[in-house]
Design a protein around this ligand. Structure first.
Ligand code: NSS
Length: 430
């Protein structure tokens, strides 16, 4: 097994002997001198190979190697200000582990479609590598926060039989002769779990047959969701703010190098609570002032969210949505039954919604009434209704789109840039 990585070697004192395994990112030659940029998961180091300093024949062989060939290099660490990062490895011997059989097709200036068709190769780029490390840091920070705050991680099924977020975006499938769907959200399963675990979270894929070809929609995305027994809307907003801040802070702490590589300036203070809160009614007013033709009861589309979010410098909550604008399970506000005790968290600067959530209806009859009002059949929600029959308690929860958050944090051109292998209406390959 490999023991030493590029970034370890860069820290070794001058004159140390080291062996590295990695891939040829690029190669330049100057007469009897060959420079290889050797890439591994931690970074890139310059390897210099002098004719005469390596065994006979291997200089010529290496000079012919194509990009992305896998090699094993042994040599001596040299600190040289002319080398990138001031360190290089002077090669003493070199072995080819896996030769590239063709010219590597990913080059500068290549079209996006080609890069997406060859995503399995493109993901080797420093940029994609950095994004994936940041993504890992984000998830790690989230798990750490949940752990510190007494939440239990659960795993929920992906095959389901009842829609959470409306039938229009359900992926239907044949489950041994009966109709089933891919889950849009783990919310209902989390609601079942709070009766034993009280504070739960899950991080897993959700699926939406969303044909909208926007820069912020995927058909498969990673959904971080949490559900809390005895929490009301106010409690929930605090949880969301604190978690969101911890996630941004975690990335700043753990992925500084990657943020620099992407040229992203991320100041954790932008995500420091408390976040501004406006009601749905106030949001409607802002949008109308900006010339949007939005009616009471409309949900906001990408355009509305973009314009609204340009008004803010921090993430902000839009609370108390019109009851007809959101799913049936949201708790109507006793103080104004036209609205529900729910909230979306929108990111500033034109990015928009990253979190959706709120307080759930916990009364059996009220839930039946709302299911019917939404034109759905209570029979389809039998087990979900059962949860209101046996010791039902007030509770609240939310869902956060991991890729949406990265899209905003890293100012990515498209949400698919936050995925290793994105899934959109036009793309299930590779
Ligand atoms: O539809 S949501 O607004 N809400 C729910 O699914 C709730 N059932 C979650 C809950 O309360 N447990 O989706 C939540 C978030 C939303 O804010 C986005 O950040 C993300 O999930 N989301 C998506 N990301 C990428 N692509 C698509 N299509 C997508 N749909 C939602």
């Amino acid at each position: 097994m490999k023991k030493l990585y590029v970034e370890d070697v860069k820290k070794l004192p001058e004159g140390s002997e080291a062996t590295l395994l990695g891939w040829v990112r690029s190669k330049r030659s100057h007469g009897g001198l060959l420079f290889i940029d050797l890439r591994d998961s931690t970074g890139i180091i310059q390897v210099t190979i002098r004719r005469g300093e390596v065994p006979d024949g291997s200089f010529e062989y290496v000079a012919r190697l194509r990009r992305e060939s896998a090699i094993k290099v042994s040599g001596v660490v040299k600190h040289d200000p002319r080398a990138p990062d001031g360190v290089e490895l002077r090669c003493r011997s070199i072995e080819v582990i896996g030769e590239s059989l063709d010219d590597f097709p990913i080059r500068k200036g290549i079209k996006i479609k080609f890069l997406l068709d060859n995503r399995h190769l493109h993901i080797r780029s420093p940029r994609v590598t950095a994004i994936m490390k940041i993504r890992a840091a984000l998830l790690k920070a989230a798990r750490r926060w949940f752990e510190e705050n007494g939440f239990i991680e659960i795993n929920c099924p992906s095959f389901i039989t009842a829609a959470v977020e409306g039938g229009a975006t359900l992926f239907k499938l044949d489950y041994f002769g009966r109709e089933a769907y891919l889950t849009q959200s783990s919310q209902f399963y989390q609601e079942a779990a709070i009766y034993s675990l009280e504070k739960v979270y899950s991080i897993q894929p959700s699926f939406r047959a969303e044909l909208s070809r926007t820069r912020r929609h995927l058909t498969e995305f990673w959904h971080l969701e949490a559900e809390i027994a005895y929490a009301e809307l106010e409690d929930l907003l605090e949880v969301i703010e604190n978690l969101f801040y911890a996630m941004v802070e975690g990335v700043c702490e753990q992925a500084e190098k990657e943020l620099n590589l992407l040229g992203v300036k991320l100041d954790p203070d932008v995500a420091k609570p408390p976040y501004p809160r406006i009601t749905y009614a106030e949001a409607l007013e802002i949008l109308r002032r900006k010339g949007f033709d939005v009616k009471w009861g409309d949900d906001f589309g990408a355009d509305e969210e973009r314009e609204l979010s340009k008004e803010f410098e921090k993430p902000f909550f839009v609370t108390h949505w019109a009851r007809e604008s959101k799913a049936f399970y949201h708790m109507p506000d006793p103080a104004d039954p036209r609205v529900c005790k729910n909230a979306d968290l929108l990111t500033p600067g034109g990015y928009g919604e990253v979190v959706g959530g709120g307080q759930r209806i916990h009364d059996y009859n009220q839930l039946i009434e709302r299911i019917r009002e939404a034109g759905l059949n209570p029979e389809d929600y039998k087990w979900y209704l059962d949860l209101r029959k046996y010791g039902s308690v007030p509770h609240s929860g939310f869902g956060l789109g991991i890729e949406r958050m990265l899209w905003w944090m890293l100012k990515l051109p498209h949400i698919r840039d936050a995925c290793l292998f994105p899934r959109t209406p036009a793309r299930v390959y590779p």
